[in-house]
Design a protein around this ligand. Structure first.
Ligand code: G3H
Ligand code: ZN
Length: 283
């Protein structure tokens, strides 16, 4: 069922766990994410970024994800990921998206505040995620990434949330999109300070490549939404590579993509298990 992202955030805050946000580009990834959520009886954010909308076509892809979310037997928020403009947010709002992210993180603080505040005002009841600090890397392709610089400053983050009214805040604590160059090193002291300073749930982007222990520790320190994209794509490509190498009898599309969907479902299920399990680290 299609629900507001606010409902999912509220429940995650109440329950002390993180909701998974998984990026989709097409029918197969969408079905795999929702099959995983249903198998685990877990709510999810089904996230679509600008690159995906360009690739899939705005109407076909938005209608696909919304229809799939409505049909799901678990709560699903359909989320616009890393939107650079208010206009894109408005377009998705009128289509029926139930969660938005406006990403002004590359702008000076005041401009980021202005852009984000405008989006929050326009979104009304629909929750808006803002971002402060630098999460490096590209959302749609995954070359090796340096970890993010600059990291989010706790006092500035508090001011950002108070001035914009965002429902959640994406933070930079050494996380990056795509494949990490070397061992990722999250700044957990900074995360604890952010949790104490920021009056909104914290969001961790760039979760692909982070260890389960790091993810659990981040949850124990206040992260309530975790975004995963690259690992799903890695699973998809790995599965297609194997199938094509072995050969798929009769050029059977349902077999080629069916196997890939099962593999992606497993990847998403593993993440959901980590995100909603009891944190093994105390704050
Ligand atoms: O917004 C999407 C996420 O931050 C995905 O990051 O590709 O490193 O998993 P990832
Ligand atoms: Zn992201």
């Amino acid at each position: 069922m299609l629900v507001s992202g606010q409902t999912l955030l509220d429940e995650a805050v109440r329950g002390g766990y993180a909701i998974g946000s998984f990026n989709t580009y097409n029918l197969e990834i969408t079905r795999a994410i929702l099959a995983a959520a249903e198998a685990r009886r877990s709510a999810v954010f089904l996230a679509v970024g600008s690159g995906a909308l360009d690739y899939g076509g705005f109407a076909p892809l938005t209608q696909l994800v919304l229809a799939a979310a409505r049909e799901a037997t678990v709560p699903v928020a359909v989320h616009l990921d890393h939107s650079p403009t208010v206009a894109d947010c408005e377009r998705c709002l009128s289509e029926g998206f139930t969660s938005l992210m406006i990403d002004g993180s590359n702008l000076p603080f005041d401009e980021n505040v202005a852009l984000t505040w405008q989006t929050v005002k326009r979104a009304g009841e629909i929750p808006v995620e803002g971002e402060l600090g630098g999460v490096g890397g590209d959302e749609d392709s995954s070359g090796a990434q340096e970890t993010a610089i600059p990291m989010t400053d706790p006092a500035q983050a508090r001011a950002f949330v108070e001035q914009t009214g965002v429902a959640s805040l994406a933070i930079a604590i050494g996380n990056a999109h795509g494949i990490y160059k070397g061992e990722p090193k999250l700044d957990f002291d900074r995360l604890a300070a952010l949790r104490d300073a920021v009056p909104a749930p914290l969001v961790l982007h760039g979760a692909s490549g982070l260890s389960d222990d790091d993810l659990r520790r981040a949850i124990s320190l206040g992260v309530r939404k975790i975004n995963v994209n690259t690992e799903i794509r890695q699973t998809l490509f790995g599965s297609l590579d194997r199938s094509l190498e072995q050969g798929v009898k009769g050029y059977d599309v349902t077999r080629l993509f069916g196997v890939a969907m099962e593999a992606m479902q497993r990847t998403v299920e593993e993440k959901i298990e980590v995100f909603s399990g009891s944190p093994s680290f105390s704050s």
